[in-house]
Design a protein around this ligand. Structure first.
Ligand code: FAD
Length: 289
């Protein structure tokens, strides 16, 4: 973990682009609550194959113009170089200087992979097209990507993104801090020393969490699953337990030197804010450990 301690800590909140006017209004309220805490940036997801292209652009530019630096996610699967270049220029012209660069996942049976096959190809293309303008974030998987042929290859593939010009990384969520510590140790052994910020998924809903985790390969430890199952429909107990578990996870990560946290908010403020307050990150962001 030594390599991570040299980096300045940074804190960010991730949103998805809302579909409806009600969703937009809700996001605005969530944004206002979270903006008060002074995060370093917001980020906005991008649907597979460009399915949210216009909504992502609209959400990114709106948030960015409201005063907190905002980073668009950009996935390359199914895209042409031309369409990616267009987006990069549009973001640059609107003062955006951070991008979360991803491969993405095409729904099965949908379309061809496009001009850029893997995230390392996208990172290389962004550097080729936009030089050093963007701070490029890439995805990291302490519990390994579900399609990786082996743990070893996944690390080598992660290194490809770093070699192509990534500036820092945000992890898939996990609830086992040791997977992150071990991942960082493996990166250090490969001579990789960029900031790797843990992605934090608050726990608020058992069914959704299980479904989502199965898809993205994140492991929910048995003791958490069993406890959530035992709460059944008791939403308040799930909420309290989730906040406690996630707060402790964040304490361990920051205590060991993680260079910040990135919250997957799912456009809800409450759980992320509770964890934030428990960690004593507000208002002056003095961390007690
Ligand atoms: P890659 O780094 O390209 O890796 C994908 C797989 O291919 C891995 O198994 C890797 O080992 C392998 N691989 C990589 N390079 C090579 C190579 N050169 N040769 C052979 N194999 C290779 N998805 C969205 O659709 N929209 C989003 O906004 C979004 N945001 C995300 C944000 C974060 C922080 C994270 C962690 C994930 C996000 N995702 C998003 C999900 C992500 O798109 C998926 O996990 C996707 O399956 C992989 O994307 P990647 O960028 O990690 O791909």
């Amino acid at each position: 973990m030594q390599s991570q301690k040299q980096f300045k800590r940074r804190f960010s909140f991730e949103f998805f682009p809302p579909k409806t006017p009600q969703g937009k209004e809700k996001l605005q309220q969530v944004r206002d609550q979270l903006a008060e805490r002074g995060p370093d940036f917001f980020s906005v997801t991008y649907g597979a194959g460009g399915s949210t292209r216009e909504r992502t652009i609209d959400t990114v530019l709106t948030l960015h113009q409201q005063g907190i630096s905002t980073a668009p996610h950009l996935s390359c699967i199914g895209a042409t170089k031309e369409s990616v270049a267009e987006l990069l220029d549009l973001y640059r012209d609107n003062g955006i200087n951070r991008i979360v660069a991803l491969r993405g996942d095409l729904p099965s049976g949908m379309g061809a992979p496009g001009d850029l096959r893997y995230a390392n190809d996208l990172v290389a293309f962004i550097r080729e097209h936009s030089g050093d303008h963007f701070n490029i974030e890439v995805a990291a998987y302490p519990e390994f990507h579900p399609q990786a042929r082996s743990a070893e290859e996944d690390l080598i593939n992660f290194k490809r993104k770093v070699d192509a010009g990534a500036s820092s990384a945000i992890t898939q969520y996990f609830y086992n801090a040791d997977s992150y510590f071990y991942f960082i140790d493996r990166l250090e052994a490969l001579g990789i020393t960029l900031p790797v910020v843990p992605g934090i998924m608050p726990i608020t809903n058992y069914t959704n969490l299980m479904r989502f985790s199965d898809m993205c390969g994140a492991e929910i430890p048995r003791w958490i699953r069993k406890q959530l199952e035992a709460y059944g429909d008791d939403v308040e107990s799930i909420r309290q337990f989730g906040i406690e578990v996630v707060t402790r996870l964040c304490e361990r990560l920051l205590g060991a030197g993680a260079p910040g946290l990135h919250f997957y908010t799912l456009n809800q403020a409450d759980a992320s804010l509770q964890v934030w307050e428990n960690l004593g990150l507000s208002p002056s962001r003095k961390i007690a450990f």
